[in-house]
Design a protein around this ligand. Structure first.
Ligand code: NAD
Ligand code: MG
Length: 299
């Protein structure tokens, strides 16, 4: 994978190879450790320039994929980071914790299942306690399980997807608000699925539309308090979500090839969007959804 940093002048078509992942299956939630080919979370390439010096961030789904890339970037930009993930993801999480500590920033690993209200609230309380406050919340955890026919989409899956993707965002944001002061930022991970739903992702895509709407409404409510709320909408990004039933298996070899840039994105290509929205340089940006999707026209 590319080791040039994100400031190097380079061709976005060829910055990363157009991968054709072999068919593979992992039990949910999947591990970056076992992903084939490996993804780039910026371990060797992301270069920080102090854009988040002294900030305190809580990131959900920070063990792998996009959340891991954001955690690495935030730490290299000078932030301390609390990481939320599921207990079975400990091997992935430990790698990211090490990378954060390598930058001499504080890393607080907080395993737990945020699809449960109490666990989501406890997560915030522990993050505040360990970091000594909070001023960036990244609601990024997500669950995506493809189902071909609505008749086969179980009530349990429908509910779990909404709890993980939407309810947890609500619980975490609500619990964090009393600790956030003017200047704080909230960033929610939505998806291109919010506007271009796949036939096999009815539950998931509807949660992503809800996340967009929640972000835009809350942005208006919190603007007078000086707290900004934005969203990032990734396109096809190579992460464990896609191999743990996120896609029908036969689609994996072509994953991301139908974008204008002709390839799937790598998690580290998302990180600068989150850094921008978290830092004060985006002070006049709130209620925005930043699309990072390889060029597919989006609202
Ligand atoms: P990922 O599997 O690396 O990250 C998802 C994370 O969600 C997991 O690592 C896990 O820690 C967390 N999670 C899931 N259920 C949880 C629960 N009950 N409790 C606590 N944590 C839980 O995959 P990713 O692709 O990096 O996903 C990150 C976000 O990006 C998700 O919201 C996803 O919907 C969104 N997204 C991904 C893509 C893509 O193509 N990969 C595209 C658009 C949006
Ligand atoms: Mg993970």
């Amino acid at each position: 994978m590319a080791h040039q940093d994100q400031y190097t002048f380079q061709n976005p078509v060829t910055r990363y190879p157009s991968i054709s992942p072999p068919k593979q299956d992992q039990p949910e939630p999947g591990l970056d450790r076992d992903l084939e080919p490996k993804s780039d979370r910026g371990e060797k390439s992301y270069r920080g320039t102090g854009r988040l010096a002294g900030r305190k961030a809580l990131i959900t789904g920070a063990d792998s994929g996009i959340g891991a890339a954001v955690a690495i970037a935030f730490a290299r930009e000078g932030a301390d980071v609390a990481l939320s993930y599921l207990p079975v993801e400990e091997p992935d999480a430990q790698k990211i914790v090490e990378l954060i500590r390598d930058c001499e920033q504080k890393a607080v690993p907080l395993p737990g299942d945020i699809s449960e209200a109490k666990a989501a609230r406890d997560l915030v309380a522990k993050a505040v306690e360990e970091l000594g406050g909070l001023d960036i919340i990244v609601n990024n955890a997500g669950r995506q399980i493809a189902v071909e026919q609505l008749e086969d989409l179980s009530d349990e899956q429908f509910e779990e997807t909404f709890k993980t993707n939407v309810f947890a965002m609500f619980w975490i944001t609500k619990a964090a608000l009393p600790h956030l002061t003017a200047g704080a930022t909230i960033i929610n991970t939505t998806s291109i699925q919010a506007y271009k739903p796949s036939a096999t992702l009815i539950d998931y895509a509807s949660t992503k539309a809800a996340i967009n709407n929640f972000s835009k409404g809350l942005a208006q409510q919190l603007a007078p308090r000086g707290i900004r709320v934005n969203a990032v909408a990734p396109g096809p990004i190579w992460t464990p979500l896609q191999v743990s039933d996120g896609q029908p298996k036969e689609k994996l070899p072509k994953f991301g090839k139908n974008t204008p840039l002709g390839r799937a994105g790598q998690p580290t290509e998302l990180a600068p969007a989150y850094v921008f929205l978290a830092s004060a340089e985006s002070s006049y940006v709130t209620g925005e959804t930043l699309n990072v999707n390889g060029g597919t026209p989006s609202p």
